[in-house]
Design a protein around this ligand. Structure first.
Ligand code: NAD
Length: 301
């Protein structure tokens, strides 16, 4: 069986739909709380490659009425300075979500920074508490990229339950959470990584292939099972162009559906992050409200 020209799973329209809903939620939050929801992104050194990506997130926030901004630290900032900055944002009641730019400079321990983030403001799901909630199947904040990788399948009405899925990449922020989410959706999941022997053999058996390796051209059409669904999370710059981890031209001849790069998982990731922020803002507002209620005391002890 051949699938000439796979269906394109595009994230742009999905993202637009999400942003419209978020804008309404933001307006009602702003009306009831007297301030917009707030996001702060801590960046360490202005020249880091992820700054462009973060600027795009901030522009997306501004469009829906979120008060979003950078907190800039010197490239030489110490770990103590970074964690103190994060804690100050935790304590700021006008800030509902905190993101720290990754990757961190080599002098700063990732774990120290992750631990400093208040789990209630951890809208990209990197704190161990949120990672643990995901692992146990409870409701916490999901890493937005992993969330988008699975949400793009759900919103495209692609069946996940009972299907064989391969996730390539086992990072704490993308590969592993995507694998846990697919398990939660009742897929049978294999996680592949740099030390996997016979990657092609695993991919060949998969109905769904999620690729998050940071390696352009890692998955080709020749490796895929005919009719497989391919979610390409990779973002790489090759000859000045942004490409994913999948050789798109050969893969689209064999797959039944495939996400383009750019225009697939990326736009959905940014839109889902906004939904995480409004959820964080609403939850914290509800908690503040509850803590202001007089304690029920009384009678029947
Ligand atoms: P990472 O470097 O932390 O992890 C990469 C993983 O891929 C590792 O587990 C590694 O073992 C595996 N891997 C690498 N080369 C491999 C190979 N040849 N064969 C098998 N496994 C291999 O990267 P990350 O932070 O998880 O990001 C993965 C990709 O996703 C990158 O391209 C990154 O730019 C992209 N990304 C996209 C978004 C988005 O919104 N679409 C967001 C974050 C990251």
């Amino acid at each position: 069986m051949t699938f000439p020209g796979a269906r394109l799973l595009e994230g742009g329209a999905m993202a637009a739909e999400i942003r419209t809903a978020v804008a309404e939620d933001v307006a009602s939050f702003t009306a009831t709380q007297g301030r917009p929801p707030g996001l702060r992104v801590v960046i360490i050194g202005k020249d880091a490659p992820s700054t462009v990506y973060l600027e795009r997130i901030l522009r997306g926030c501004a469009k829906v009425g979120i008060d979003a901004g950078f907190v800039e630290l010197e490239g030489e900032a110490t770990e103590a300075k970074v964690t103190a900055t994060v804690r100050a944002l935790n304590d700021d009641p006008s800030v509902d979500g905190v993101i720290v730019q990754m990757p961190l400079p080599g002098t700063i321990r990732l774990r120290a920074v992750i631990d400093a983030i208040d789990p209630a403001k951890d809208i990209d799901g990197i704190h161990p508490l949120n990672a643990g909630l995901l692992r146990l199947g409870y409701d916490g904040f999901l890493p937005a990229t992993a969330h988008a990788a699975v949400e793009i399948l759900r919103r495209s009405a692609i069946e996940i339950e009972g299907r064989d899925a391969v996730v390539i990449g086992r990072s704490a922020v993308v590969g592993m959470p995507a694998a846990f989410l697919l398990v939660r959706e009742d897929a049978t999941v294999t996680v592949c990584h740099r030390r996997t022997r016979d990657l092609a053999g695993h991919v060949r058996r998969a109905d769904i292939v999620v690729v998050a390796a940071g390696h352009p051209g890692l998955v080709t059409g020749a490796m895929l099972k005919p009719g497989a669904v391919v979610v390409d999370v990779g973002i790489n710059v090759v000859d000045g162009r942004i490409v994913g981890d999948v050789d798109f031209e050969s893969a689209r001849e064999v797959a039944s559906a495939i996400t383009p790069v750019p225009g697939g998982v990326g736009p959905l990731t940014n839109a889902l992050l906004l939904t995480h922020l409004i959820r964080a803002a609403e939850r914290q507002a509800a908690e503040r409200q509850a803590s202001r209620q007089p304690a029920v005391t009384g009678g029947d002890r």
